[in-house]
Design a protein around this ligand. Structure first.
Ligand code: PA5
Length: 413
């Protein structure tokens, strides 16, 4: 279970009891948002039948290819990437992310990486009008067709689409395999659904453990009262700091393999809460590296941010620091391990930063599928609740349409 701590302070949760009723409403799921709440109970879209189905599709993909080309953008790709990059799995298919860029340089790089490899593509799109995945789907299916012929390519193309969509009919017409994109979940909330379970499984992640972690977290967060519910405490603190004038939330940790988890988290909160002229701007920092760059601003710059630090209790590795005869000025490290030093740096950073800005710590066990599954759910639930405390709709994203309108005009759509 996740544990929340406000560094250097005790949390007087009674101050937030006014939101108690909102927690009960969110735990049950509001009728007004029923079209977006398919994720609230992970047993709906990450139950045993769906896990079996995704594992079967993954086995099929890996029986014919060594490389999985994931075509998607934003919510269609970030959860898979967050998990796989955090786990650094050595088994399963290699994954290549396409459909998240319009850079010709990146396209050329991906195309050349695919030479000499057998690959499948999975195009993930809820609304099949998004330019990036639509364009990548064209480019990579063309490569498959040229390589294997129209018929041969069929078995290598997976389409993750909503039922009765234009994308689904195109896929069925061509004989491509179809996976369900839940109609009642928006992209950034799809971590525990076939959208991500299929690519995660194909690339070696234990999706049963992921789902178990999320289900356990859901059971807790949907039943715990406000005064010891960690999602409530986190959401209430975020809103308190926002009201106190802090407009930026910085997510940090001392484990660089959470780099892509940060991206997932940034998207979740920016797209869900940044609207109606409101919301915290979510950014992230990789420590200890960025203590030597962003650290200056965090410690001493404009007081615009508060910090949320992910504390990974068990790093899962141990490296002893060697001693030798050279007087290099680092003898104070002799006899210690790298993890001792990382822990000391983390504790010191929290003491220093909390002298300048509010700091929250979220304690986690270790980085594995079960923990990340729980963490995906924890932040999704917190985001829904926090967005409702802020008074916005956490499930739409009207702001992203403005640039698209201009771009489509320029492209003659
Ligand atoms: O979370 C969201 O809703 C977005 O990030 C979408 O996932 C992203 O824009 C991709 O949309 P689509 O799947 O419709 O191509």
């Amino acid at each position: 279970m996740i544990d929340i701590e406000l560094c250097g302070n005790t949390i007087n949760i009674e101050e937030y009891s006014e939101f108690n009723e909102l927690l009960t409403i969110v735990q049950q799921g509001e009728a007004d948002y029923s079209e977006n709440l398919g994720w609230l109970s992970p047993s709906e879209w990450a139950n045993d039948d769906i896990l079996d189905y995704c594992l079967e599709a993954a086995a099929k993909a890996s029986s014919i290819a060594d490389t999985f080309v994931l075509i998607g953008i934003g919510g269609s790709v970030n959860s898979t990437r967050a998990l796989l990059e955090a786990l650094e799995k050595k088994s399963g298919m290699d994954i290549i992310y396409a459909g998240n860029t319009l850079s010709a340089y990146e396209y050329e790089k991906i195309i050349s990486k695919l030479e000499g490899h057998d690959f499948v593509i999975d195009c993930i799109a809820k609304n099949f009008e998004t330019l990036e995945p639509g364009l990548a789907f064209r480019v990579f299916r063309d490569i498959l067709v040229k390589r294997y012929g129209r018929n041969g390519a069929k078995g290598r193309i997976f389409c993750t689409c909503t039922p009765s969509s234009r994308f689904e009919s195109l896929a069925l017409d061509e004989g491509y395999a179809v996976l369900p994109f839940p109609a009642d979940i928006g992209g950034r909330y799809t971590a525990l659904s076939p959208v991500h379970l299929f690519p995660m499984a194909a690339c070696g992640a234990d999706i049963r453990a992921l789902s178990a972690g999320a289900r356990y977290m859901a059971e807790k967060l949907c039943s715990m009262p406000y005064n010891n519910n960690p999602a409530f405490i986190y959401a209430a603190l975020r809103n308190k700091f926002y009201a106190d004038g802090y407009k930026v939330e910085l997510l940090s940790s001392f484990e660089p393999r959470l780099r892509w988890f940060y991206k997932w988290w940034e998207q979740l909160f920016a797209e869900s809460e940044g609207k109606d002229g409101k919301g915290l701007f979510p950014i992230a920092a990789e420590f200890s590296e960025e203590l030597h760059s962003l650290g200056q601003f965090i410690q001493d710059g404009s007081p615009i941010m508060f910090e949320t630090m992910l504390d990974v209790i068990d790093p899962g590795s141990s490296v002893r620091i060697p001693s030798d005869w050279i007087d290099d000025g680092f003898d104070y490290l002799s006899g210690k391990t790298i993890e001792d030093v990382n822990r000391a740096a983390q504790e010191a950073t929290l003491i220093a930063h909390s002298n300048h800005c509010p700091c929250i710590q979220i304690h986690l066990g270790r980085i594995d599928e079960r923990t990340i599954g729980g963490l995906f759910y924890f932040f999704e639930f917190s985001c829904y609740l926090s967005g409702r405390m802020l008074g916005i709709n956490p499930f739409n994203q009207p702001g992203v349409e403005a640039y698209k309108k201009e771009m489509f005009y320029k492209l003659g759509k």
